[in-house]
Write a new protein. Structure first.
Length: 84
């Protein structure tokens, strides 16, 4: 019997704004988060003083609803709006 795919591993469609950061979908939520962190670290967007904060560049501002600084826990909520 085939094992059901968990909701966490289900491939989701990625919005055009999010695709600029993580690449084209569909991809599981876990892969989106991994790709997002690769982008953040590659572009040095983590606040050095408060590591929990992400400083948005132009691509991330579109994903974060125009916010310049986002807490990493708020980031996951904002990214969810770009997955369907």
């Amino acid at each position: 019997m085939a094992k059901a795919v968990s909701a966490f591993m289900k491939p989701l469609n990625v919005s055009a704004d999010l695709a600029k950061v993580v690449g084209k979908g569909p991809m599981p939520r876990s892969e989106v988060v991994k790709a997002l962190w690769v982008y953040i670290k590659k572009n040095n967007l983590q606040d050095p003083a408060k590591k929990r904060n992400i400083i948005a560049d132009e691509n991330l501002k579109a994903v974060f609803g125009g916010k310049k600084v986002v807490d990493m826990f708020e980031m996951t909520k904002l990214v969810s709006k770009h997955l369907s």
